[in-house]
Design a protein around this ligand. Structure first.
Ligand code: URA
Ligand code: URA
Length: 204
């Protein structure tokens, strides 16, 4: 399985497959990052959500606690989600790479490529209608490999039957608060579509 962690090839229900994949990822050796991080931060949340959020990679706090988006950027994300009336526990949150890069450097392309089958399997198994890319790396990985975040943010794209949107990373908002108003516009778009899909589910 380590050679190709593809969720669809695993037996069982999506939730079981995800948990199985998470177990396998804990001992992953597909790139060097596992050697220097303290634990794999696979992702968390509702396995049958309609909204998945994808960040870059774990930072120091995430590495310590084994959970995505729990440091300063995560706290800002929590405030944005609360303002958007989206419950954090109702969505699924993960990162492009599951292991913290040393001294928080950007993940290298071979690391992104090595980790991608996990992300692809998470997307396929959770099967969200909406994917929100947080920041440049998630945007290049899932939205468009040549995309500049400042150009494509806030523009819906349909891919594999999903609605994908890109917005600034919360860490970028902390560095440059003038970007917050744009991120909020993007989250309002997420809110509108997320509410609609929730309603469709309620109406079924
Ligand atoms: N930044 C990310 O991209 N992901 C996290 O989980 C935390 C900070
Ligand atoms: N892979 C998928 O399965 N779906 C996406 O939206 C992007 C990559």
């Amino acid at each position: 399985m380590q050679e190709d962690p593809g969720g669809s090839k695993l037996p069982g229900k999506p939730a079981e497959k995800l948990l199985q994949l998470q177990k396998e990822a804990a001992g992953c050796s597909l790139c060097e990052l596992r050697k220097t991080c303290s634990q794999v931060v696979f992702g968390e949340g509702n396995f049958s959500t309609r909204l998945m959020l994808v960040g870059e990679g774990p930072g120091a706090e995430e590495d310590r606690l084994g959970r995505p988006f729990v440091g300063r950027a995560g706290q800002l994300l929590d405030r944005i989600l609360a303002a958007a009336e989206i419950k954090r526990e109702d969505v699924y949150i993960t990162n492009v790479v599951k292991c913290r890069p040393p001294s928080n450097r950007l993940p290298l392309q071979p690391e992104v490529d090595a980790c991608y089958p996990y992300l692809r399997a998470q997307i396929e198994l959770v099967n969200p209608e909406i994917v929100l890319c947080l920041g440049a790396l998630a945007t290049r990985t899932l939205y468009d490999k040549n995309a500049a975040i400042t150009r494509v943010r806030g523009q819906w794209k349909e891919k594999d039957g999903r609605c994908i949107l890109a917005t600034f990373h919360p860490a970028a908002l902390l560095r440059d608060p003038s970007k917050k108003k744009f991120a909020w516009e993007d989250f309002k778009k997420i809110m509108a579509v997320y509410r609609n899909t929730q309603k469709e589910v309620a109406d079924e």
